[in-house]
Design a protein. Structure first.
Length: 614
């Protein structure tokens, strides 16, 4: 079997979960037993009441002369790993070396495992390098541990690359390894390769089980590939396997998300025929689907069905209903649901409270929202950053900025860490009340908190400065943004072009508009309409019309606003014939004249009639 190269060893490997750790320990212990079978039965170190007993046994073993075999030490290490005590194992392995106990692949694999669990993958890699240097051949468990670690840290591409290199070097993956990679591919959203990998497993003699199929079906559902997921379901059933509740829930959820409630009902009937009982998750999926379609009555009916099946609604069920009523503007009904929860002995969680707070804010009931906010604190449910963001947004929309700032200051003392949304929301509120100095101060706090402004933050900053008459400052910040490496977007340009046009700087707006193509950006309908309006207001209807006609070249066809702005521009610049022709074209396209266009046209007719009379 070929050796692994240095690039393989130096890959960034990270932590993996304890359940896999236990399976690794069990696998290693099994291999250790096999290696010792010819030497007689080892002492039983595989069961301990606590880690202290295990450490006491280790102390006795390490003091023995001669020392017990590495196989016996390995059994002890594996038993401690099963108790999820990883740091002591690292220390024990170090002591074993000091006392002259030579490690083998099983003990070193356990050590790699422990370093992974402790979040020190760099040390785990050092152990792997040491194994190779000492001529101790890593086995499939060693590599499966590392591959799983990559997947648990969302480094799926590296995990897949590691798997490919492992196979290229002649190592034979086992079912655990294949399952880890399949799960990683699914989490990457690489559905095509995930399905191909499923076929590869079969070709290599590893029959996918119900969990493997469930992983692939879930991946397809999450990527909107419902037909392909149903094909896999059919394949699963043809092979004589019964889908479990997890697989059915994935499919029902996908169907409901696509608005296919009838198909979901068909699947529910199939579950019933297969004696698969619906669980709380299934019912919540259905209730959520009905509520999203504003069918709250049907959602409540599902709750009644649940209860008849002796399945009580949980906090998720009630939160779905609270959200539905709030979005329909029926906040009082939402509060009734919260009262019903409490009567059932179910306390609202942070999601429930946040939904209710947002419902009040949408109805401009900011004081009631604050009341809910204070209630959740009183009831021992700590607000999260979303709670604060919703409240700050509510205060800003109600133009109660001082209260929003007061709540923002509370976060650093009592609440969670303010995020990008917090700063951006408050900044927008400051600009709306033309408090530019306060907005700048807030931006400074944002930088001090080591938060980089997002594209949304920058857009609001530029827009706020433009609307507050600080056009030069907006342009300076735009150049800073461009030089900072933050990806430019069409919104930045549109905001500045609008600001320049409103300030009468049409040449500057024109320059920025032409710069778009150099940045690989295409103007959108708003950018075009702003520029067309800007040209018309500056008495340049021909340039406006040239731009109007070029819209189709950028796959951006004129809309009703484009036509109305252009027609008004012609009228105001005395190009009545062009205005009239374009008005007829607009009507042919199915657009209607707005009040301003209609007024200008009627005024033209009136003037024409008056000239005839004279």
């Amino acid at each position: 079997m070929g050796k692994l190269n240095s690039s393989f060893i130096l890959r960034s490997i990270v932590n993996f979960n304890s359940s896999f750790s236990s399976s690794v320990a069990t696998h290693i212990e099994g291999l250790s037993r096999n290696s010792m079978s010819a030497k007689g039965s080892p002492k039983k170190h595989d069961r301990f009441d606590n880690v202290d007993n295990a450490l006491a046994v280790f102390k006795k073993m390490i003091e023995k002369h001669p020392k017990p075999s590495i196989a016996e030490f390995t059994k002890l290490l594996a038993a401690i790993v099963r108790m999820k005590h990883y740091a002591p194992v690292v220390s024990m392995c170090s002591q074993m070396e000091l006392f002259g106990v030579s490690h083998n692949v099983y003990s070193l694999s356990i050590l790699v495992n422990c370093f992974c669990q402790l979040g020190r993958i760099d040390f785990g890699l050092s152990v792997l390098g040491k194994m190779l240097k000492l001529g101790v051949e890593p086995d499939v468990v060693t590599f499966s541990t590392l591959i799983n670690g990559l997947c648990k840290q969302s480094q799926f591409a590296q995990a897949v690359s590691l798997f490919d290199e492992m196979v290229d070097k002649g190592y034979q993956p086992n079912l655990i390894t294949y399952s880890i990679i399949l799960n990683g591919l699914c989490k990457m959203g690489n559905t095509d390769r995930a399905v191909r990998f499923l076929r590869l497993m079969e070709e290599r003699g590893f029959e996918p089980d119900i969990v493997t199929y469930g992983t692939a079906i879930d991946c397809l559902c999450k990527n909107g590939l419902l037909k392909e997921a149903l094909d896999l379901l059919s394949e699963l059933k043809v092979k004589g396997n019964k889908p479990n509740i997890v697989i059915y829930n994935c499919l029902i959820h996908a169907m409901c998300n696509l608005g296919q409630q009838k198909e979901a009902i068909w699947l529910l009937n199939e579950m019933k025929d297969n004696n698969v009982s619906l669980d709380i998750f299934t019912y919540n999926i259905l209730i959520d689907a009905y509520c999203k379609e504003s069918m709250i009555f049907e959602g409540m009916h599902i709750v009644d069905i649940m209860r008849k099946q002796d399945i009580e609604p949980n906090v998720v069920t009630y939160s779905i209903l609270v959200d539905a009523y709030c979005k329909e503007g029926m906040v009082a009904k939402a509060e009734d649901i919260v009262d019903m929860m409490r009567k059932q002995g179910i306390e609202p969680d942070v999601v429930t409270y946040n939904t209710l707070i947002e419902g009040h804010c949408l109805q401009n009931e900011i004081d009631k929202a604050r009341g809910v906010f204070q209630l959740m604190i009183k009831e021992g449910c700590a607000p999260d950053i979303h709670s604060y963001n919703v409240m700050i947004n509510g205060y800003c929309k109600a133009k109660r900025l001082d209260e929003a700032i007061e709540l923002f200051n509370e976060i650093s003392r009592l609440g969670p860490t303010a995020n990008n949304v917090t700063y951006t929301t408050l900044m927008q509120g400051m600009f709306q009340l033309r408090r530019v100095a306060a907005a700048y101060k807030l931006l400074g706090k944002m930088f001090a908190s080591r938060l980089d402004p997002s594209q949304v933050t920058c857009s609001i900053l530029l827009d706020g400065l433009c609307k507050c008459g600080k056009l030069n400052e907006a342009l300076k910040i735009f150049h800073v943004i461009r030089n900072s490496g933050l990806e430019l977007n069409i919104i930045f340009y549109t905001v500045l072009i609008d600001g320049l046009c409103k300030a009468g700087h049409i040449e500057g707006a024109k320059e920025l508009f032409h710069e778009l193509s150099l940045e690989g950006l295409k103007p959108n309908i708003y950018t075009y309409n702003i520029m067309i309006n800007g040209f018309c207001k500056e008495g340049l209807p021909d340039e406006a019309y040239q731009l109007f006609k070029s819209m189709g070249e950028n796959d951006c066809l004129p809309d009703s606003i484009s036509y109305n702005v252009m027609i008004q521009g012609f009228f105001r610049n005395s190009n009545t014939s062009k205005a009239t022709r374009l008005l007829a074209e607009m009507v042919d396209k199915g657009f209607s004249a707005d009040l301003c266009t209609a007024t200008l046209y009627v005024d033209l007719l009136f003037r024409c009639d008056k000239s005839i009379l004279i």
